[in-house]
Design a protein around this ligand. Structure first.
Ligand code: NAP
Length: 271
């Protein structure tokens, strides 16, 4: 039987921060690439050690990282993306793919600053650290089908990924980019509610966390609309409808909708 050979290429990170670490760990752990195929650089020894601890190669400079990689993930903060790309411009030869995760930095700016056309933009989110990222990608004009497949497999190592047009990226940032923070607040508030109703803090916190996880899994795995699931647990004159009535009076739905719109608007302003 014919064996398919693994797709091995070199992956570099410009910016060895939190997001780069999550992606590199996920990619190495899942076996999408061997850790020795991943490289980055950082001026501080503590960041170098973190990446070395799971087998990533540390190089002297970001220029070396780009020169020695087939796919380069730009994982610096958005405010330093321009400076970093202008400096790295000479290293972006045609066969390389630039993948930017910098929030709010548009394809046309990435092209102008890097002098490169083969680009994919990805918007991941922080649950990438635990393999549960919600990522969205969009393709630059010169990115190939093979590039798309490679990038999808890299980001599937840290969660799920969807394809969307670049015009949706501000809204994506407002929903999945900022969304984990909204849910953290919901978990904290549910736990506070449990404490207010008489539960010990530890138990309230654990129940709130598992309830949010369980509800998300129900929506994901049952394939049912959330409204249908809500109706199924809301019995006439029961406890849940009494709680829902309070949420509706306080504008729970409207607050979440406004939060996503405000974050998307802020993202548009910043970019
Ligand atoms: N965190 C999220 O939820 C999230 C979600 C989606 C997208 N993103 C995007 O991911 C990117 C990285 O975010 P992060 O949270 O990982 O930030 P971070 O932890 O601050 O990582 C950025 C890293 O880049 C380094 N750096 C700064 N200037 C550099 C340069 N010129 N060349 C090379 N490296 C440089 C920084 O070094 P120092 O340690 O010296 O500062 C730092 O280690 C951002 O663009 C962000 O918009 C983040």
């Amino acid at each position: 039987m014919a064996m398919t050979s693994p797709d091995v290429y070199k992956l570099g990170f410009v910016g060895a921060g939190n997001m780069a670490e999550s992606i590199a760990r996920g990619v190495a752990k899942s076996g999408v690439l061997p850790p020795a195929a991943i490289r980055t650089s950082h001026h501080r020894a503590d960041r170098q050690s973190v990446f070395q601890s799971f087998g990533v190669v540390i190089l002297e400079s970001s220029g070396q990282v780009v020169a020695d990689s087939d796919i380069v993930i730009l994982s610096v903060k958005p405010q330093v993306a321009k400076k970093a790309l202008l400096e790295l411009k000479p290293f972006f030869t045609d066969h390389k793919l630039l993948v930017s995760i910098a929030a709010g930095i548009k394809m046309k700016d990435l092209q102008e600053w890097s002098g490169h056309g083969r680009i994919i933009r990805v918007m991941p989110n922080t649950p990438s650290a635990v393999g549960e990222a919600a990522s969205v990608m969009c393709m630059g004009d010169m990115a190939t089908k093979k590039d798309e497949e490679r990038v999808a497999s890299l980001f599937k190592a840290i969660g799920k990924i969807w394809m969307a047009d670049e015009k949706y990226f501000d809204a994506v940032t407002g929903l999945s980019g900022s969304g984990p923070a909204y849910v953290y607040i919901a978990i904290e508030a549910l736990a506070d509610g449990g404490v207010a109703a008489g539960l010990p803090r530890d138990l309230a916190h654990a129940l709130a966390t598992q309830t949010v996880l369980g509800a998300a899994a129900m929506v994901n795995k049952s394939g049912k609309h959330p409204g249908q699931l809500k109706d199924a647990v809301t019995s006439p004159a029961g406890t849940t409808i009494a709680g829902i009535h309070e949420l509706e009076k306080a504008g729970f739905r409207g607050s979440l909708i406004s939060a996503v719109i405000a974050a998307a608007k802020r993202c548009r302003e910043l970019s």
